[in-house]
Design a protein around this ligand. Sequence first.
Ligand code: 3BY
Ligand code: FES
Ligand code: FE
Length: 411
Amino acid sequence: MDLQNTVLRQLKNRREGFSLEQPFYIDQDYFKLDMEMIWYRDWLFIGHDCEVPKAGNYFTTQIGDYPVVIVRGRDGQIRAFHNTCRHRGHRVCTQDRGASAKLVCPYHNWTYDLDGSLVFARQMGETFDKAEFGLKPVACETVAGYIFICLADQPSDFAPVRDTIEPFMKPHRLSEAKVAHKNTIIEKGNWKLVWENNRECYHCAPNHPELCRTYPEAPTATGVQGAGDDPVIAEHWQRCEAAGLPSAFSMDPSGQFRAARMPLIQGAESYTMDGKPAVKRFLSDDVKIREIGTMLLFHYPTTWNHILVDHAISFSVTPISAEETAVTTTWLVHKDAVEGVDYDLDKLTHVWNMTNDQDRSIVEENAFGIRSPAYEPGPYSPEHEGGVMQFVEWYSNFMTDRLQGDKAPLS
Ligand code: 3BY
Ligand code: FES
Ligand code: FE
């Protein structure tokens, strides 16, 4: 409770427009509080439904202390379960991904159906009732090719997320895409530093030569100010919307998620060194124009995304410890696109592999400096770092609400 009061006070007295106090980025107890208040309670992007195309396909993940398995059932539905056996707790699925008609715990072979019900448990005695020992479900929703889970017993309403992002995403038909490549890097920095870095492009020109060939560094693209008064962006929205692609800036009132379609640098169609498409077979036949730029979607605390005409890239943030964060990048292409024929994997992944590594280094050096006793919160650039201020604002408000909900308000 003492810690909760300290955090509440620090957030209340926070200097607006400045970075957070040191412990928010390095302290184990603050990290635990982030996990309990945000990660164990809110909706988290966890993967794509095209990663489990058939019944029995599954993948596993780890959110803080919780191992989770996501599996497609014979009825086609994607479900999530706590990946802890109801016998003595062994992880049921121990691989990153796989395919199986049933989920069989390796310890004593308790066997679960794809809907989580226990169907087989050897020699457990007369009175044993299998119905009592199904895998514990985790709330799971899919929208336009994206799977979200929520570890809370009573998840918040998913409808606002669905209502905002579905119209933007649907035309790109990502449910029918395939994973061309996926990788995970570990960044030695707190998850909030990963986000702060993502929410501005003030750092792009000095750090991202490859990305800057095609992605505009203007704060209107990355930030959260809407940008409807920028004539280039207004024209882009008009043109894309006329072609049936929702585009104008749309942000949830809570500040937790935002979708907007942004133009790339003039003439560029994709994140390649020459701006030309990386994939010959485009993602969706429903998209009738080529110069659609990038559909930007973020949803705190797990994901930011770029959806282009020829491919899509999702990013997923997973905290590991106070000072370590995993960032998983997934490149999606049309399911019929053939590697070596329609796309070259190096060309497809080059720009973001470079950019991710540059961002990793930035986050790690940022964390390094913040560990110094001489660190103190510093001012964000009002022109370039509005998106970072917005993230910190969201974090502070969200944590404050949750912490206050857990106890009587501060006197
Ligand atoms: O990936 C992103 O969305 C942001 C935009 C610019 C900097 N950063 C890479
Ligand atoms: Fe799973 Fe025994 S712990 S079968
Ligand atoms: Fe960056």
